[in-house]
Design a protein around this ligand. Structure first.
Ligand code: NAD
Length: 522
């Protein structure tokens, strides 16, 4: 219900939560059937959900999950867009994205925090700095996900110049205060950026324009940003990337009239932008691909060295995954913002020595508007999540929180996903496409007593490209919940450490050697 709250979901009428067509239930009839089954569910029963449809309630036991979910799984040879979407149209399956069909999406706070974490890791890796103070970031795209870029940059003290071809995207981000300013033109934009960088002041500037024009022009002027990326919806050539010379409306018309010529125009523009990014990179800018398949499209458009632009996971996020750290989140089932504020205080007092975490929590409390049930997200690692879970359960037990808390995470996490274009790109041992791990992850979370567990196919990078798992565990203040929280919140990130240790990452091997789990010798 929270995933489909009008404040949370992108298109609740069609049950679409986020990420293209990522849905929470197959149809409204299925939604009603799921809700009815949950209302009548006994404490020793488990509901099975097959791609958004309730298919059975089975006798289990109190420590077993109350719901088991599998979404969009097809036999590998059938895992193509054409076959999958045909099966979907025939009502046989549902695309669940990552947290849409597993019921733990919390709105735009997720991508804001993910972008904040990526840029913070970039600052540490590239500049040996805790933040982006005195640095500037050039990117494009102020859409659903890309719109988080300016605010994440300023939260880290940096300066962002974000180009978007759609004036509505700029206005929307100004209105939501994700973006500080709109520039009159490129001269004005660069002047504002240079002034803010010199003063080391956080500032974000939106510029109306096409990245395929603006990026090459910045290169031509011999101006070099510290960081450069692209967050247009380039994964979808037909609608996600507007070719140069067109407004959004003109592009819609051109694509309808002559799709083949339109597509060629898109590819030519992507190639121009990619060459500019590579040129800026050659002059010292730190360039990265932020999971929109930009490099693949550029390579197909003829930019042979597009993959010199590194993926954000291998370069920035993997070191976090190696130590079991990933996007962890919790939701106040009371609907009371005060419950989240109380947990924010708990984090600051118990985990406040982690300056990066404390910075996020303070800024999120100030800047994030809740959507649907109040929630909070942050990256937490092996050991920390378990400690946090016990403390939250104590607060529920002691009446300091007004209702139970649902604790979960994204499928984009340390031990829960196989996705060779994103989370498992360029694994040290070449195990990018090995998908045993997310299945083991789901099985382990079932054995550990999570409240609901999910396995999905195709989230993030699309059908055929990923397999991933999720869990949610509810802290209701009881001793039974405390044991389940301890097991799941230890084992789930623990498996991430084991997965990376198996791939030979030294930090994971070192952490595994002193962990509560064991890796058998061979
Ligand atoms: P969106 O469709 O909501 O927004 C895309 C924006 O790009 C639009 O505002 C559009 O006007 C603008 N744009 C298109 N072509 C342009 C051009 N040539 N120049 C300037 N602006 C242009 O998409 P979104 O939800 O923001 O997602 C962006 C991409 O990020 C997608 O490819 C998505 O798959 C990917 N993504 C990555 C992650 C991650 O974790 N890294 C997460 C989610 C999504």
């Amino acid at each position: 219900m929270n995933n489909l709250d009008p404040e949370v979901a992108r298109d609740p009428e069609h049950l679409v939560v986020y990420g293209g067509r990522g849905k929470a239930a197959r149809s409204w009839r299925d939604f009603e059937a799921i809700v009815a089954a949950l209302r009548g569910l006994g404490e020793e029963e488990t509901l099975l959900v097959q791609s958004g449809k309730a298919v059975g309630v089975f006798p289990t036991h109190a420590d077993a999950p109350r719901v088991l979910i599998v979404n969009a799984m097809v036999v590998p040879k059938w895992a193509t867009d054409d076959i999958f979407w045909d099966l979907e149209a025939r009502g046989l399956t549902m695309y669940g994205q990552m947290t849409a069909g597993s019921w733990i999406y919390i709105g735009t706070q997720g991508i804001l925090q993910g972008t904040f974490e990526t840029l913070a890791a970039l600052a540490r890796t590239e500049f040996g700095a805790p933040d982006l103070a005195g640095r500037w970031f050039l990117s494009s795209g102020l859409g659903e996900m890309g719109g988080a870029q300016p605010l994440a940059t300023t939260m880290l003290g940096g300066v962002a110049l974000i180009v978007d071809v759609d004036p509505r995207a700029i206005e929307r981000r100004l209105k939501g205060r994700y973006l500080d300013e709109k520039a009159a033109d490129l001269d004005d934009a660069l002047e504002q950026v240079q002034r803010a960088v010199a003063a080391r002041e956080p500032r974000s500037v939106g510029l109306l324009g096409n990245a395929a024009d603006v990026f090459p022009e910045i290169l031509r002027r011999k101006i070099t940003p510290d960081v450069v990326s692209d967050q247009t919806a380039a994964h979808d050539l037909m609608v996600g990337y507007i070719p140069r010379g067109y407004t959004v409306e003109q592009a819609a018309e051109a694509r309808r009239k002559d799709p083949v010529a339109y597509r060629l125009g898109v590819q030519a523009s992507i190639a121009l932008e990619a060459r500019a990014i590579l040129g800026l990179r050659a002059r010292g800018a730190k360039a990265f691909d932020y999971g929109n398949n930009f490099r693949t499209q550029a390579r197909e458009a003829g930019v042979a060295d597009a993959f010199d632009i590194e993926g954000y996971v291998p370069r920035y996020i993997r070191p976090l995954f190696e130590v079991g750290s990933g996007p962890f989140r919790w939701v106040a089932l009371s609907g009371e913002a005060n419950d989240i504020a109380r947990i924010d205080r708990l984090l600051l007092s118990e985990f406040g020595q982690d300056e990066h975490l404390a910075r996020w929590i303070r800024l999120a409390a100030e800047k994030v508007k809740f959507q649907g049930l109040p929630a909070r997200i942050c990256y937490m690692g092996y050991g920390e999540r378990e400690r946090f879970g016990h403390r939250v359960n104590d607060l529920v037990r002691d009446g300091e929180l007004s209702a139970p808390i649902a604790i979960g995470r994204d499928h984009h996490d340390t031990g829960s996903v196989a996705s060779p274009y994103r989370e498992t790109e360029a694994m040290r041992d070449g195990s990018d496409a090995i998908a045993d791990w997310p299945i083991l992850n789901a099985l382990l979370n079932v054995a550990s007593g999570a409240t609901w567990v999910s396995v999905h196919h195709g989230g993030g990078t699309g059908i055929g490209n990923s397999i991933h798992a999720g869990l949610v565990v509810v802290a209701d203040g009881t001793p039974e919940a405390d044991r389940r929280l301890g097991r799941t919140l230890h084992n789930d990130p623990g498996l991430g450490v084991a997965r990376h240790a198996d791939a030979g990452y030294p930090a994971s091997l070192e952490l595994a050697a002193r962990a509560k789990f064991r890796i058998p010798r061979r």
